[in-house]
Design a protein around this ligand. Structure first.
Ligand SMILES: Cc1ncc(COP(=O)(O)O)c(C=O)c1O
Ligand SMILES: [Zn+2]
Length: 441
């Protein structure tokens, strides 16, 4: 069964990128030793075991695009096709990206930030920013002819991979820690994925998937397709810059798990500057992690950026619970180099921040978003965010995915007419209602 989701960005209103792709997208190369890698489904350098990155000829990209050309294109991540690692935008796929960025005056006032924007990535098709990365990995997977999509997931990637596979008609295999939130499991199952719960932490799941990828040849979006997948997060940087009138904010605040998205925000803005779409200005990078699994926050606080793996994560922020983050050292280093910070957030503060952003701005975010808003407040208290700064905080997933955040701090059924919350169960009579209302006075 396939979904006939045609991608509006692929409509032939202008020449496809394919004509230039040989010179524009140069394939993969090692981040550590620069060795080009010819095998398209590779993710480590055979010479030095360094990670592989997508490479572009930015001089060619500079000649291919300008602001006006991008602004004429339909919404979605393929607006920025020249800076994505595919031959051409896919013919099929979910409509990902171009999510709203809203001015958050009430939340800003509450945390002491004068100019605060919220990038609302809870609104992607599977309700998290992972749709960006998965859309790019899927487009590349189809170009490479992989037989199935798969992933090792902390939760949101499961739904994103399952949804993307459904939209293009590929089978999906989703590997998760067995104790994941049931809402996320049901979500992936609904799209028709095969969900494989694994006893252990995310890091155990990930290790297993390295072997399964080799064994099966399936396209694991965050394993053997990782160099393409990671590039998808750059589209957050592109959209933020375009929304602000082709410029960067003073500070960006984002959640950190593997650190991939954090790093790709920086890469995205670097590339926009190199191809002449924005002016290069310093951006301070503030990351958020749960204190019960905060290897990057710990490395940043210690000041040497070396990652000490967290073997037994202890947090309800499952989506960020990666004890051994692939890009952890670089993420800590990015925060330090830019005069930012990586904040460790206790679960109680995360739960309170989820309610604050919902109550003050009308956006319901999952635990990673709670971590982000609590990190924003912590960075403001620390002085990393200063009066007058323009700040963008990224809300990366929808709150309906993490109902267990209710456990911490939601009021019990004792609401009154002037104290919001859950009211006690009423008998179906006006008299009962009036008794309850009277109690409030
Ligand atoms: C909602 C949400 N936000 C942020 C992240 C962090 O992503 P990264 O692994 O790129 O650091 C994740 C990762 O799973 C996530 O699910
Ligand atoms: Zn190498």
């Amino acid at each position: 069964m396939t979904t006939e989701t045609l991608n509006p960005a692929a409509a032939p209103t202008e020449p496809v990128v394919r004509a230039h792709s040989g010179e524009r997208f140069l394939g993969l190369a090692c981040r550590a030793c620069d060795r080009p890698e010819k095998a398209p489904l590779a993710y480590v350098c055979p010479a030095c075991f360094g990670p592989l990155d997508a490479r572009y000829d930015l001089g060619v990209v500079r000649r291919l695009v300008d602001r006006a050309a991008i602004e004429r294109r339909p919404p979605g991540i393929w607006r920025y096709r020249e800076l994505l690692p595919v031959e051409a935008p896919p013919r099929r796929g979910l409509p990902v990206g171009s999510t709203p960025i809203t001015s958050a005056e009430r939340l800003g006032a509450a945390v002491g930030v004068d100019r605060l924007w919220l990038k609302d990535d809870t609104r992607n098709p599977s309700l998290s920013f992972k749709d960006r990365a998965v859309a790019v990995a899927t487009a590349r997977a189809i170009e490479l002819g992989v037989p199935a999509l798969a992933c090792a997931s902390t939760g949101n990637l499961a739904g994103a991979t399952a949804a993307a596979a459904a939209a293009v008609g590929l089978p999906a295999y989703v590997f998760i820690p067995a104790d994941l939130e049931p809402a996320k499991i049901d979500h992936a199952l609904a799209y028709g994925a095969t969900v494989v719960p694994v006893e252990g932490t995310y890091d155990d799941v990930n290790r297993l998937c390295l072997e399964v990828a080799d064994e099966t040849g399936w396209g694991f979006v965050n394993v053997n397709l990782r160099p393409y997948y990671a590039e998808g997060s750059k589209t957050l940087a592109f959209e933020i810059a375009e929304s602000l009138g082709w410029r960067t904010p003073d500070v960006v605040v984002a959640p950190v798990a593997s650190g991939a998205m954090f790093m790709k925000l920086a890469r995205g803005w670097d590339e926009l500057a190199e191809v002449g779409l924005i002016e290069r200005r310093p951006v301070r990078f503030v990351g958020g992690q749960a204190s019960g699994c905060g290897p990057v926050a710990t490395a940043w606080a210690r000041g040497n950026d070396a990652i000490e793996p967290v073997r037994a994560p202890d947090t309800f922020v499952r989506s960020l619970a990666i004890g051994s983050p692939a890009d952890g050292r670089e993420a800590a280093e990015l925060a330090r180099r830019t005069d930012g910070s990586v904040e460790a957030v206790p679960d109680e503060a995360t739960a309170a921040a989820i309610r604050d952003v919902a109550r003050l701005e009308g956006i319901y975010t999952e635990t990673a978003g709670g971590v982000t808003i609590a990190a924003l407040a912590a960075a403001r208290r620390r002085g990393v965010i200063r009066p007058g700064d323009e700040v963008v905080a990224i809300l990366t997933g929808n709150g309906l995915k993490t109902p267990d955040a209710r456990r911490l701090g939601l009021p019990d059924a004792s609401a009154t007419a002037d104290r919001p919350g859950l009211a006690p169960v009423l008998a179906p009579s006006l008299a009962a209602f009036e008794r309850w209302l009277g109690g409030a006075a």
